[in-house]
Write a new protein. Structure first.
Length: 357
């Protein structure tokens, strides 16, 4: 346990060890507020899509930089590249969509971004809620619109694709803190650090720590160079992944016995303005909703610098239980609720199911 404490604390000594992790445009906006005009038809004919865009706007504005984002209704229905207005529209024009489900066009000169236009796929059956099993990340039918919308909105602020850290500027749909049946997305630590570096910090201190059961899988390659993400894992003390199967929703179910010493992996993020020292707890639960009422298996303070997501492993002992029954191991950051955060929903996540043998 002491070794683990030191391992966490070591992060504070190297808060800028990967200062180049984020990828930002060299051109910046000449103002501190980027206004994007939504085609009025979106609000009129796709009200649930529009509400999701408003949620995405609020979350993008949770970033810790001075750069703000403002979504307004356009005064016309025309959404074009290079027409002097930054706009957002849903379309089935594959050119505007860059052959993808969403695409952002940036018009810039040598020093400044002059216009940004976001196009999202009109025909795609987006997931419009935060229900886990409706998301493609958990075997559901489609990508959540909020994740893709935030990815594109962050492009308009100057963020580029990211391939060497778990990041919403990579594969956006699985950058979520999931607890029980609900997913929660936010501007990634890496992206917020990039926005702060380029645009300066927000005058008001932002505080937001989080835990996810997703991690960087592999750096993407090619022109897109998206980061790819995979589930956090459970290991034995030798570093071998515990035996597992996948359920119908691609969720891992691991096998372990009471008394086993196992390593529980998680990704911790600090999306705020300053380093946070806060309580981390690992819990054992009879269901996938992890709360402080569950059985505490481990606790320590975690020191979380800003800039780089922290892949962390905690060693715990599997408690006694009923053989053949499925339990959940999960984590809570800021477990004592001491940090007053802009987002308190992303502090708890189950890591994986464990069936006792
Ligand atoms: Zn993109």
């Amino acid at each position: 346990m002491r070794t683990t404490l030191l391992a966490i604390a070591a992060l504070a000594a190297f808060p800028i060890s990967r200062a180049d992790a984020f990828e930002m445009r060299t051109q910046t906006w000449s103002t501190n507020t980027v206004t994007l005009r939504v085609n009025p038809d979106v609000q009129a004919t796709l009200p649930d899509h529009f509400d999701t865009l408003l949620d995405a706007e609020a979350k993008v504005n949770g970033n810790a930089s001075a750069l703000r984002f403002d979504l307004v209704i356009d005064n016309d229905v025309i959404s074009l590249n290079n027409n002097g207005e930054s706009e957002l529209n849903f379309t089935n024009d594959s050119t505007l969509l860059c052959g993808s489900l969403g695409c952002t066009w940036i018009i810039s000169d040598a020093t400044h971004i002059l216009e940004a236009d976001v196009f999202l796929d009109l025909d795609y059956a987006w997931t419009l809620d935060d229900v886990k099993t409706n998301s493609i990340a958990y075997g559901g039918p489609a990508r959540p619109l909020i994740n893709t919308a935030m990815h594109e909105m962050l492009h308009t602020l100057g963020a580029k694709h990211e391939n060497d850290a778990i990041n919403i500027m990579g594969n956006a749909w699985n950058v979520v803190s999931t607890n029980g049946n609900n997913t929660e997305v936010a501007v990634s630590e890496d992206t917020t650090a990039g926005l702060v570096t380029v645009n300066g910090p927000r005058a008001t201190t932002i505080r937001d720590v989080s835990v996810m059961h997703w991690k960087l899988d592999a750096a993407g390659t090619g022109t897109s160079a998206y980061s790819k993400h995979m589930r956090s894992q459970l290991f034995d003390l030798a570093g071998n992944e515990l035996p597992k199967i996948l359920d119908a929703n691609d969720e891992p179910i691991y096998f372990a016995s009471a008394g086993d010493r196992i390593q529980v992996e998680m990704t911790l993020e600090n999306r705020g303005s300053n380093t946070e020292v806060t309580g981390l707890g690992v819990f054992w639960s009879s269901n996938s909703t992890i709360s402080t009422l569950d059985t505490l298996l481990f606790s320590s303070n975690a020191t979380l610098g800003v800039n780089t997501p922290f892949e962390h492993k905690v060693t715990v002992t599997v408690p006694a239980g009923t053989v053949g029954t499925t339990y959940y191991v999960g984590a809570i950051i800021d477990r004592l609720g001491a940090v007053s955060e802009s987002n308190e929903i992303n502090n708890a996540a189950y890591i994986a199911a464990i069936e006792l043998q």
